[in-house]
Design a protein around this ligand. Sequence first.
Ligand code: PHE
Length: 338
Amino acid sequence: MLEKIKALQQEIATVKASTLEDVDALRIKYISKKGKVSQLFAEFKSVPPELKKEVGKAINDLKLLAQERINQLRETFESGLEEGAGTDLTRPGESMKLGARHPLAIVRNEIIDIFGRIGFTVAEGPEIEDDWHNFSALNFPPEHPARDMQDTFFIQKDPDVLLRTHTSGVQIRVMERTQPPIRAIFPGRVFRNEAISARSHCIFHQIEGLYVDENVSFADLKQTLLYFAKELFGEDTKIRLRPSYFPFTEPSAEMDVSCSICGGKGCNVCKYTGWLEILGCGMVDPNVLENCHIDSRKYTGFAFGMGIERITMLRYGIKDIRHFFENDVRFLRQFESA
Ligand code: PHE
């Protein structure tokens, strides 16, 4: 008798049901009036008196177990969950799709990181600027063509409110509020009234750099840019500086890097010159320092500015600048793992 109870106990502990009807069938099979457990009570009469206590307890326990098991199964169906759902630790996880970083953000963060390693901090300024910060303090003469309506988006009818055409205004803002030593870079979005094509857009991004201290020389500028070019494009990268003009730097230069695609041998990206132009730079004009109340006899500095789109296009072989602003997921998805 005890063995029979034990066998039934095992059977009940492992019963399964896949529908509510199955649960009901189990109830009938085990604990209805004619069920297997109830039948044990009938057989109990023939148990010898000395075993009655033990067997009686076993049968009662079995009955409780059967009721509990059946109730438990019923509850899982009634709450809409399959048995064990949510607790199966062997089930593969359902992955959530994370968004991708925008390629411009990837490259911007990398540049911030490269300069961060040599002590440059990050500062930002407003996209809506005034004439002073975008032009006048940067030594743009009143009749300078860059102030022309052609290039600049003016807001309302007030020519003193405009969308910044470059990040150089942040130089002014930082120098106005801090005395040297200053070592910082300024990433940001800029705007120019230009026709949109595969090569230029009316919205783009720049990173500006500024270093002002005692005894800062052109050699410091050159070495800083060489370090930057090698970090960004690879150890074998060479740089070349060509004389140029910006109102706010004197002397001014444009920097080329050896073509990262053909290694300087000449290809269609570098137009068979072996060089790619990537930034403008120079020594901060003393007038600009004085405009910001920095003593130009004591301090010197250098500045540089580059377009993030151009560098990103070179890095990933992107041929049309408009891709950056269309937010087509087929384009953006390609940068997911980066
Ligand atoms: N602001 C310049 C431009 O937009 C780039 C530049 C920055 C040049 C700093 C020299 C120094 O073209």
